[in-house]
Design a protein around this ligand. Structure first.
Ligand code: AR6
Length: 179
């Protein structure tokens, strides 16, 4: 599925984010940048140790929730990995929605600052961090649309969703946005 927002392309794909060929791949990291399962596991497994070596050296204090940091992409087919830290869902009263939107916005800012024309994004927080998928999808799609309306870059934003459920939630959120 594809949409054009302010002249730029937003697309949805079901697949593995670590296999994408784009300028920047976004990782669903934790605030210690310590590695883990899900997206994080796939990226470090396929990308190799160079990524962790750089994040360890450049960001010894990790990254706060709702923000992101950038590193090399090791052996991945990308120039950069952007490590985003989404919130852990704990009911919605702890600014989870704002923090999730902030994390996406920071990813896009870093991508533009590093002259990335294309970026692949996962469903941040919607796995181990238990954010409800429908809400996570609405926030993700809205954050990207807002950024593109304001900045007109990057040219391609690709959400890479792991399963049909996530894909369906993002497709519904995109349709809602277009109405
Ligand atoms: N490609 C695309 N999407 C994926 C992939 C993949 N290879 N693998 C899983 N997903 P998660 P979070 C989906 O848990 O919720 C890690 O341990 C998954 O089905 O990766 O932000 C980190 O170190 C779900 O829909 O990220 C952190 O500690 C979505 O990606 C913590 O998990 C996000 O799931 C971060 O949790």
């Amino acid at each position: 599925m594809k949409a054009i927002i302010n002249g730029q392309t937003v697309e949805l794909l079901q697949g593995d984010i670590a296999e994408q060929r784009v300028d920047a791949i976004v990782n669903a990291a934790n605030s210690r940048l310590a590695g883990g399962g899900g997206v994080d596991g796939a990226i470090h497994r396929r990308g190799g140790p160079e990524i962790m070596q750089e994040t360890f050296a450049r960001y010894p204090n990790g990254c706060p929730t709702g923000s992101a940091v950038i590193s090399n992409a090791g052996r991945l087919d990308a120039r950069y990995v952007i490590h985003a830290v989404g919130p852990v869902w704990s009911g919605g009263a702890r600014s989870e929605e704002q923090l999730l939107a902030d994390a996406y916005q920071r990813c896009l800012e870093l991508a533009v600052e590093h002259d990335c024309h294309s970026i692949a994004l996962p469903a941040l927080s919607a796995g181990a961090y238990r954010f409800p998928m429908d809400r996570a999808a609405r926030i993700a799609v809205t954050a990207v649309a807002d950024f593109l309306k304001q900045h007109g870059r990057p040219e391609l934003v690709r959400f890479v969703l792991f399963d049909a459920g996530a894909y369906g939630a993002f497709a519904a959120a995109m349709e809602e946005l277009e109405r």
